[in-house]
Design a protein around this ligand. Structure first.
Ligand SMILES: Nc1ncnc2[nH]cnc12
Ligand SMILES: [Zn+2]
Length: 346
């Protein structure tokens, strides 16, 4: 690993803020801020079961993943038109650019929305148009990853993939999200094989709440290239050895883990131990509107809680580019930008 110039602890918050970084684990529906949720509800003539933004925010207390998913799902009801999907995505991309995210791979799902009578074309066209505009207007590159909902059947995932196939040129890959426990990756073996045949990149949530066995099967049955979360991997030394040997990236989301009670406190998070073990961990925001912050908030709070250093900051940003699906020359350009920041940082 590159050793970089040490930066004093009191300068770390500024370094973390200015670090060029890629975000690889963020569900666009989880970036829907309460204010925008109310604005879209009003625009679409819908009412929310909360009196105002303050009452809605009070509901953002979760004991586990499922409790969160129920609230999150209710919030998606306000998304009806292509412009709604555009506005939500644009708001995220502006926030990401302000956090010095230079590249983002955005998760979305269509099954939630088709379940509300909104078609796949409306969702993908709105998201894609915002990504195209972000490149020219914000200087940030963005790709889209379609997540299948694992609490539904594989047949329904096939249907979602088929409906998205006319938009293949707008997609980077497929992922697997929603309720993890009781829905192991191997339930989706054939649909992931089909996505792979179509030339899509493969990722899956595994080892967020679920056991290390789910990480093994995401790798072996689904053949994913990255694991989303993966924090439970540390319970299985043989799995850690494999993830290190094969340099499989893990997209870790510390504030999400805290808010969903995966760890009781941020000081008990295992991100530092992951880096120490040689795992290719990255820092991401998951559902920033619900979990108390965007990517820089994840960096600053986690660094403070775990006492991480500028060397860790370099490693995490470097990992984010290596773990991304951008091409080798773009990766190198971002790595150079990162090295330059460290050289010139005062
Ligand atoms: N943290 C998470 N885990 C699984 N599915 C999700 N969908 C949105 N956020 C999620
Ligand atoms: Zn997630």
């Amino acid at each position: 690993m590159n050793t970089v110039k040490p930066i004093p602890a009191h300068r770390l918050p500024d370094l973390l803020k200015r670090l060029p970084k890629a975000e690889l684990h963020m569900h666009i529906e989880g970036s829907l801020e309460p204010e925008l949720m109310f604005a879209l509800a009003a625009r679409n003539g819908l009412s929310l079961p909360y009196a105002d933004v303050a009452a809605l925010k009070k509901a953002y207390v979760f004991g586990n993943l499922q409790e969160f998913l129920d609230v999150y799902h209710a919030g998606t009801q306000v998304l009806r038109t292509e412009q709604d999907f555009y506005d939500m995505t644009w708001a995220y991309l502006e926030r990401a650019a302000a956090d010095h995210v230079v590249h983002t791979e955005i998760f979305f799902d269509t099954q939630t929305h088709t379940g509300h009578g909104v078609d796949t074309d409306t969702v993908i066209n709105g998201l894609h148009r915002a990504c195209v505009d972000a490149r020219s207007q914000l200087g940030i590159s963005a790709g889209l990853i379609l997540c299948f909902l694992r609490h539904l059947s594989q047949a329904e995932a096939f249907e979602a993939l088929e409906q998205a196939t006319p938009h293949l040129d707008k997609l980077l890959g497929v992922g697997l999200a929603s309720s993890e426990l009781g829905h192991p990756p191997e339930k989706f073996t054939e649909v992931f094989a089909k996505a792979r045949q179509l030339g899509l990149r493969l990722v899956a949530h595994a080892g967020e709440e679920g056991p290390p066995a789910y990480i093994w099967s995401a790798l072996d049955a689904l053949k994913v290239e990255r694991i989303d979360h993966g924090v439970q991997a540390l319970k299985d030394p043989a799995l850690v050895a494999r993830l290190v040997r094969e340099q499989i990236p893990l997209t870790v989301c510390p504030l999400s883990n805290l808010k969903l009670c995966v760890f009781p406190t941020l000081a008990q998070h295992n991100l530092g131990a992951m880096l120490q073990a040689g795992l290719v961990a990255t820092v991401n925001s998951d559902d920033p509107a619900y979990f108390g912050g965007y990517i820089n908030e994840n960096f600053t709070q986690t660094f403070a809680a775990l006492g991480l250093s500028s060397q860790h900051a370099y490693q995490l940003a470097s990992n984010s580019f290596e773990a991304s699906f951008i091409d080798a020359s773009a990766k190198q350009a971002y790595q150079d930008r990162l090295a330059e920041l460290f050289e010139t940082f005062e």
